[in-house]
Design a protein around this ligand. Structure first.
Ligand SMILES: *Cc1c(COP(=O)(O)O)cnc(C)c1O
Length: 389
């Protein structure tokens, strides 16, 4: 049995001599005969065949193979963004009259999709506590799906996924996990009992801030509905983008390790600072998610969220963020560079009163030297404090 790191390098490799599957571009695919066309049409819903550009090509298939290897699923499908992957999955698995449970630590655009689309479709959306502790009381006979994000957005709350999936099975509900945080490397939801894992490949799979893409890996039970939904919504990616994402997969393990090491150094340093009241980072022993993280995750990524003491206001946060030089202010994460963004949980969480907290920001630790990142944080905190006092 080969080790995971080795398997990641072999997955989706072609057998035509090239190390890498070439980037295929194409819309029309020509058949040799009417007989062959008929044959491919009859088989393409159950088998993965090349038949038309919008249904993927050899480069897309190679990436799908690598993602199936990463997540341990049955089949994978690709989407132009992570958000498209999630929207297509939920629209395909839910019908009017269904009840869906969604974590309150969900990525905000997904919350908007639930509110603006699923509710309009006649699906009843209910949010559960990020810890998942209230799930047994929220399940109903018509609960069709539980949507998990573990660790969750901004606060990295984890649920006990095997326990969760057992409960879901008892009412015959599917479990869909947003696995962008783990990206198949740090966390494997399908192995822990989930039916579907969704990854924003924009983040760590791409890894270089030059690509937007989403991916779904499903088990055999959930796959047929997801495939149908992807086809009717016309979801696909180009061979060029699939090529780029596959290139990212090859260095995922190595990059993830360095992101995690850097983030741990930043987290430890920030925890010792008088300006900081709390660091949200599951690898810290006093983080409330530490035990589950240790049990279920294979390492940590570059994300950490920092809460300043409540004596600091939003103006102080602004001074701090503008003073940073190595941390760029921008959306997304998972690229090689460090980033900072403000976190405003009072505007998103509906199950928790988010009051009495100081201003918060999220850092993404890139692959720079950690001592340079710490020096940058130190000078920016210094500018913030001297302006505030
Ligand atoms: C970024 C992100 C997405 C969406 O990915 P896009 O490619 O930006 O659409 C979904 N879930 C999580 C947790 C994310 O961080």
């Amino acid at each position: 049995m080969k080790q995971k790191t080795t398997k990641l390098l072999l997955a989706g490799r072609p057998k035509n001599g090239w190390v890498n599957t070439p980037a295929v571009r194409g819309s029309t695919y020509l058949f040799e005969s009417y007989q062959q066309w008929r044959d491919v049409r009859a088989r393409r819903e159950s088998e993965r065949l090349v038949s038309y550009g919008a249904r993927g090509n050899e480069t897309c298939h190679a990436l799908e193979d690598a993602l199936v290897e990463l997540e341990g699923g049955y089949r994978a499908s690709l989407y132009p963004t992570g958000q498209a992957a999630i929207a297509t999955t939920l629209a395909g698995l839910l019908a009017p009259g269904d009840h869906v449970l969604v974590t309150d630590a969900v990525y905000d655009p997904v919350r908007n999709f639930c509110r603006q689309f699923l509710e309009r479709m006649g699906v009843e959306v209910e949010f559960y506590l990020p810890s998942g502790e209230d799930i047994p009381n929220l399940l109903r006979p018509n609960t069709k799906l539980i949507y998990v994000e573990s660790p969750g957005t901004a606060t990295y709350d984890m649920v006990d996924l095997p326990w969760f999936c057992g409960l879901a099975k008892s009412v015959n509900a599917l479990v869909v996990a947003d696995n962008t945080w783990g990206s198949g490397w740090l966390y494997r939801p399908l192995e822990l009992g989930a039916d579907v894992s969704v990854i924003a490949a924009t983040k760590y799979i791409g890894g270089h801030s030059d690509l937007v893409m989403g991916a779904v890996v499903a088990n055999e039970r959930a796959w047929p509905q997801i495939q149908k939904s992807s086809i009717v919504f016309g979801q696909t990616v180009s061979g060029d983008d699939a090529f780029m994402a596959l290139r990212g997969v090859r260095t995922l393990a190595l990059r993830m390790q360095k992101h995690g090491e850097n983030a741990l150094q930043l987290a430890n340093w920030l925890q010792s600072r008088p300006e900081v009241s709390k660091v949200y980072f599951p690898a810290l022993p006093d983080d409330p998610n530490h035990a589950l993280w240790k049990r279920d995750c294979n390492g940590i990524n570059g994300l950490l969220t920092v809460e300043l003491h409540s004596r600091f206001g939003l103006a102080a946060l602004e001074t701090f963020m503008d003073a940073l030089e190595l941390f760029g202010l921008g959306s997304s994460w998972g690229g090689y560079e460090s980033l900072v963004i403000p976190v405003e949980l009072g505007k998103s969480r509906v199950r928790q009163q988010w009051s009495g907290h100081g201003p918060m920001f999220r850092l993404h630790a890139g692959l720079e030297d950690a001592s340079d990142l710490i020096a940058d944080l130190e000078q920016a905190l210094g500018q913030m404090s001297s302006k505030t006092t």
